[in-house]
Design a protein around this ligand. Structure first.
Ligand code: AHM
Ligand code: MG
Length: 337
């Protein structure tokens, strides 16, 4: 097997930025600050099974010390790592109702950061993979003024970079800054993210579908037909598909990126906009999937083209191998007619 280049995340980001002669290095420094927050969160996530954290605010660990809920801890850590770098003018987090201003004594930058500090947090207590998701835009309001809600409410196609970190059997960071999606694995003893997959290409068609099938009763008829179709036997189209559903979007998306197939969190009769958040979860993941040659849709159109109306807006998502997403869209369309 060909050996990968020995490449740290830091060096990769700098090399990527050098491809753009107009770049100032600010985005590189921003991503590098983010990776430091990821390392600290990873450390805390790994300790979750050792001490009696178990994810609940107000609990006490074995030493009788009160501990923060892990998702609040991750939120605070990201804020503290990112507020003073001078790269950002505003942030928004899935854990906070309103936009987060940069404290006035820090320098303001030209970027906007949105994040889901700890996605899949219902899985923490079972030692199942969870993750952090981030999305970066350039501000649209004038420089050197505090960022606003308008800076945050941009369509996903305007993201300049996006990524996620999966805290799993190892900690893996995947990012794109527009040209390709790249994966790095944390080497814990030296504390560095090392390149593990460069320029990932998602298979054009997969063999796995990923959805919470317990909601079957509430689905759109087109979706029911599509899932039944995937379960039928047909050697020519590689069916039946297998099903895998972790219930942590980052982990389900990471597998989809590497193995192909389709991840779905649809709208249904109880949740007409689905469950997952456009700004914190779906847009960044859609940017990564597209950078790897995949597709991400709300069932009808390209997810990255949705113009958001509110920070915590939910959206149905279907993301993965291009042929699988196109087929799903066709099933949904056929039932509309
Ligand atoms: P969270 O933001 O509260 O962690 O919820 C998001 C998670 C996603 O990671 C995952 O895809 C989805 O919720 C699973 O939801 P469900 O339990 O309804 O299948
Ligand atoms: Mg989430």
């Amino acid at each position: 097997m060909a050996k990968l280049r020995f490449m740290t995340l830091e060096r990769h980001i700098i090399e990527e930025e050098r491809k753009h002669p107009e770049a100032t290095g600010e985005l590189s420094r921003l991503l590098s600050d983010l990776s430091i927050a990821a390392k600290v969160i990873s450390l805390e996530v790994n300790k979750a099974g050792l001490v009696d954290i178990l994810g609940f605010t107000g609990d006490h660990n074995v030493h009788g010390e009160s501990v923060k809920k892990l998702d609040i801890y991750a939120h605070d850590m990201l804020f503290r790592a990112m507020d003073h770098g001078g790269h950002l003018c505003v942030m928004a987090s899935e854990e906070e109702e309103n936009i987060i201003h940069i404290p006035h004594h820090h320098r303001l930058g030209k970027y906007v950061l949105l994040f889901d500090p700890l996605d899949g947090s219902s899985n923490i207590d079972a030692n199942v993979s969870i993750g952090t998701i981030f999305s970066i835009y350039k501000r649209i309001t004038p420089d050197n003024t505090p960022g606003t809600l308008d800076d945050c409410l941009q369509a996903g196609m305007h993201q300049v970079a996006a990524g996620y970190i999966v805290y799993g059997s190892s900690t893996v960071l995947t990012y794109t800054a527009g040209s390709g999606a790249h994966c790095f694995t944390l080497e814990p003893s030296i504390g560095e993210f090392l390149l593990s997959h460069e320029n990932i290409k998602i298979p054009s068609k997969g063999k796995i579908y990923s959805i919470n099938e317990g909601n079957y009763k509430y689905w759109h008829p087109g979706l029911k037909k599509y899932i039944k179709y995937l379960q039928e036997e047909d050697a020519a189209t590689n069916r039946p598909y297998s099903t895998r559903y972790i219930g942590s979007m980052v982990a389900d998306i990471h597998r989809t990126l590497l193995y192909g197939g389709i991840f779905m969190y649809p709208a249904d009769s109880r949740n007409p906009n689905g469950k997952l958040r456009l700004m914190y979860e779906c847009n960044p993941v859609a940017m990564i999937i597209e950078a790897a040659g995949g597709k991400a849709s709300d069932g009808k159109k390209r997810l990255l083209e949705i113009k958001p109306d509110e920070l915590h807006q939910r959206v149905p998502i279907f993301a993965g191998s291009p042929e699988d997403v196109l087929m799903l869209e066709e099933f949904l369309r056929n039932e509309e007619e």
